[in-house]
Design a protein around this ligand. Structure first.
Ligand SMILES: Nc1nc2c(c(=O)[nH]1)N[C@H]1C(S)=C(S)[C@@H](COP(=O)(O)OP(=O)(O)OC[C@H]3O[C@@H](n4cnc5c(=O)[nH]c(N)nc54)[C@H](O)[C@@H]3O)O[C@H]1N2
Ligand SMILES: Nc1nc2c(c(=O)[nH]1)N[C@H]1C(S)=C(S)[C@@H](COP(=O)(O)OP(=O)(O)OC[C@H]3O[C@@H](n4cnc5c(=O)[nH]c(N)nc54)[C@H](O)[C@@H]3O)O[C@H]1N2
Ligand SMILES: [Mo]
Length: 754
């Protein structure tokens, strides 16, 4: 091998078994101290996730309902805070010195390390530099572009999941008053498959468990999720469950750290020794083998039930609350073990072992995340997880239920507030009544459809409330073309990202306040509200001095644009002056928000109603929970081809790169790594460390990502893993999940080339 083909910055260390512990504490402090001094860092961390404090801008895992520990945060929450509360700044001078082309040469890590955005900036047609613009002119520019469109459907309005309920509600109101339902969001790339699957199966698109249920569960399945990195506070709940005797099963092609052993970073006595063993069982399916695996598990449960009727299934529950049981079990009986073993990649003995454990459970929770949602058949697979719970009657009972673990801290709240391209008719009716207009009723464009419409020049204005649309979406080259076709692109952001560099002819960056900062308006300091993964709505209030005097809140920005576009049709100024007035309007439109402001201020907030969890009512077409039967598809992967899953490292939040380490997986110094099975490496004659190009294949098209270093790893044969967003270029815009239209980020068919 030529020396130049080895990545000199890459170090590969042994994979870690435990998560948390002292290294998590030192890593938190390292990231905090790189961005601010110790006093600011400590003060900020102690306010996170506390009553009267702010909601962690990291993930959507809930805080305990009752007593909270003095520090309700995790290592990766600390990184999210360091990222936002940094003392570094990007001022107009920075943009005067660096053209878009200069900045495009830099890494994502470099871009986010430059600091907080401080001024509204504009890039005009034909120019390659941003220059400052005053807020009023920015609003005017947006209004001119929107008013010049032939139809409101020529604009699309994206939301990332950090936006508060208040800003999200006003934003969707502005968009619908303007006349379109083009409201794509990050959920379209994330848990959309969960929402669709759950709606069909049980009539509620959200989870049905509370955090306290984890203390009562006797069995918890964690499928396609890496909580040690992406929801570290979930490990505390799993640790408690394990100490209470619950069996925890991880179903994942990778043996992720933390699920194995966990050391609580805040329990010092836990730092020494091995930590709490968590997973009783680790099942290693091949990528997207879960549908077959779950069907195998249920086929085995059916066999146990046949042997000893009433020992496994809850027949009362099935008779009273469900439909489709007979068809479903008939299909299970007809499904062959050969197909199950072949497609899942798990042998029958292991499936039996799993069935023996699961069959005993009286209180089971199934958790999942992107390992299930981002596949072609994601909806069907999630419905198998629901079927499993229905068989044992694990709904509406303590210690049991469905738990899709959400990503962004307010992604669930944004949907509740009406961010969504196809909101139900009752929502649009109520909104129309409250604000006296006829909201558009035809469905709008989701994320993938918006990209296609921009590519075809049918959409000419792209607006983003947060996020990094360009880097998070699939098919990077196609998206670059789509965005540059636009007449205007606008991004409301806290930090610089690649999306600010790949723009429409005219582009705006509107810098906004973050969660940690004071939001001072006419009536005094304002708080906002967010909804976590378990349907709890609570207040979040920042206390830090804003990063610049020129920042505005998202509420003020949305209302300011609305005034410029729509005039004073609605009390926009009143909304900016006092956010209580927004909450009053929300409470009149959306059920469950009565007495909103007062209840949000209570310590711990309040739960939104959930008919499945609260009273076993299923708002489906037949008022029942439905068993959903789906066939297992045979796979056909020609010799020399692999499935690639694109995943997160320990040092990133989606497209924001915090550092170059993936501590638990033993990777240091580089992100262009490709995890590969040792036997596959031998077969293909790729020594460890060799560099390959990854080429994806979809519908006779190929796409290439260059120069990834191969790392031997415990991953099933024919399966590969690499980080996103570096690999998004490989995912075809046409390759999306059935029914949910979510990009297939986790099973990309690829070949490797030296
Ligand atoms: N620190 C940090 N926290 C985050 C984020 C972050 O980037 N950084 N992102 C937030 C967001 S928006 C989200 S959606 C969540 C994401 O949280 P996760 O879903 O945990 O994130 P991924 O890294 O995409 O990991 C997917 C997991 O699924 C496994 N997997 C992949 N394919 C399959 C499969 O076919 N079957 C099975 N059984 N498993 C599979 C992978 O091995 C990996 O462990 O985290 C949120 N929290
Ligand atoms: N290949 C591949 N692609 C994926 C995924 C995958 O697993 N694989 N996962 C998908 C998933 S699950 C998701 S959710 C999407 C994420 O997609 P997005 O939500 O669009 O992306 P983020 O990287 O979270 O957005 C980061 C940017 O948000 C801005 N920001 C941060 N905080 C705030 C704030 O408080 N207000 C505002 N206005 N802006 C703020 C900053 O400017 C920052 O640069 O990516 C998807 N893309
Ligand atoms: Mo997500």
């Amino acid at each position: 091998m030529k020396p130049s083909s080895i990545d000199m910055s890459l170090a590969v260390l042994p994979q870690k078994k435990q998560a948390g512990g002292f290294p998590a504490v030192t890593s938190s402090m390292k990231h905090i101290l790189a961005q601010m001094d110790l006093v600011r860092g400590t003060k900020t961390l102690l306010r996170m996730n506390q009553a009267g404090g702010f909601d962690c801008p990291g993930c959507a895992w809930p805080e305990p309902d009752g007593d909270r520990s003095f520090a309700e945060f995790c290592e990766n929450g600390a990184k999210a805070i360091a990222e936002e509360a940094t003392l570094k700044r990007i001022d107009p001078d920075f943009f005067a010195k660096n053209s878009l082309d200069d900045l495009l040469q830099e890494s994502d890590f470099y871009l986010s390390q430059q600091g907080r955005l401080t001024h509204p900036m504009v890039k005009y047609l034909g120019q390659r530099f941003y220059q400052p613009i005053v807020w009023a002119d920015a609003y005017q520019l947006i209004a001119e572009h929107l008013k010049a469109l032939a139809s409101p459907h020529e604009a699309t309005f994206y939301t990332s999941g950090r936006t508060s309920n208040e800003a999200a509600f006003l934003y969707q109101l502005l968009v619908r008053l303007f006349g379109t339902n083009n409201l794509p969001d990050c959920s379209n790339m994330c848990h959309e498959s969960s929402g669709v699957a759950l709606h069909e199966s049980i009539g509620v698109g959200k989870g049905t468990v509370k955090l306290a249920d984890f203390d009562h569960a006797d069995c918890i399945l964690v499928i396609g999720q890496n909580p040690g990195t992406n929801h570290p506070r979930m490990l505390t709940a799993l640790q408690r469950a394990a100490r209470n005797g619950a069996s925890i099963v991880s179903i994942n092609p990778l043996k992720e750290a933390g699920i194995d052993h966990f050391k609580h970073p805040q329990e010092m006595w836990d730092w020494f020794g091995k930590g709490t063993p968590l997973a009783s069982l680790w099942i290693q399916p091949r990528i997207n083998g879960d549908l077959a695996l779950l069907k195998g598990l249920m086929k085995e449960l059916l066999a146990l039930e046949d042997k000893l009727p009433g020992s496994v299934f809850d027949h009362d529950f099935i008779a009273k609350y469900t439909a489709g049981f007979d068809d479903f079990t008939k299909d299970l009986r007809q499904t062959s073990w050969e197909l199950i073993e072949n497609v899942s990649g798990v042998d029958r003995d292991q499936i039996s072992q799993l069935a023996n454990l699961v069959g005993k459970s009286k209180q089971m929770i199934v958790c999942w995340a992107m390992g299930l949602t981002q596949h072609k058949n994601g909806v069907a697979t999630i419905q198998q997880a629901v079927n499993l719970l229905l068989l044992g009657g694990h709904l509406g009972r303590m210690g049991a239920g469905v738990c899709p673990v959400r990503g962004h801290s307010n992604v669930q709240g944004d949907r509740t507030m009406g961010i969504g391209e196809k909101m139900p008719a009752w929502f649009l009716d109520k909104l129309g009544q409250e604000f006296q207009f006829n909201p558009p009723s035809e469905h709008g464009l989701d994320t993938v459809a918006s990209i296609k419409a921009m590519h075809e020049k049918k959409v000419k204005v792209f607006f983003a409330l947060g996020g990094n649309f360009f880097a998070a979406t699939p098919d990077t080259t196609y998206v670059a073309q789509a965005l540059s076709n636009c007449a205007l692109t606008v991004q409301v952001s806290t930090k610089l990202n690649r999306g600010h560099l790949v723009t429409g002819q005219t582009a705006l960056i509107l810098p906004c306040l973050g969660r940690t900062e004071t939001d001072m308006q006419k009536s005094g300091p304002q708080f906002v509200t967010v909804e976590n993964s378990m349907g709890v709505v609570q207040a979040s209030i920042g206390k830090l001095k804003p990063a610049s005097g020129d920042l505005k809140s998202e509420v003020a920005i949305v209302s300011g644009i609305a005034q410029a576009v729509l005039g004073d049709t609605v009390e926009w100024q009143g909304f900016i002056d006092n956010y209580d007035s927004i909450r009053l309007r929300i409470s009149r439109v959306i059920p469950g928000f009565d007495d909103y402001t007062a209840r949000a201020k209570q310590s711990g907030g309040f739960y939104l109603p959930n008919p499945v969890r609260d009273s076993l009512q299923f708002p489906t077409h037949n008022q029942k929970a439905n068993f959903k039967t789906h066939a297992i598809e045979k796979w056909d992967l020609p010799e020399g081809f692999y499935w690639l899953m694109t995943i997160r490292s320990h040092d990133q939040f989606n497209t924001t790169i915090y550092g170059m380490e993936d501590r638990y997986r033993g990777i240091k110094g580089s992100r262009r790594v490709l995890f590969m099975n040792r036997q596959d490496m031998i077969q293909a004659s790729f020594p460890a460390g060799s560099k390959v190009d990854i080429v994806s294949h979809f519908q006779n098209q190929s796409r290439r990502a260059q120069q990834f270093s191969i790392v031997p790893y415990d991953i099933p044969r024919r399966c590969l893993a690499a980080y996103f967003p570096e690999t998004n270029v490989l995912v075809s815009i046409e390759n999306t999940a059935d029914k949910s239209n979510t990009p297939v980020y986790k099973s990309v068919v690829v070949s490797l080339h030296i």
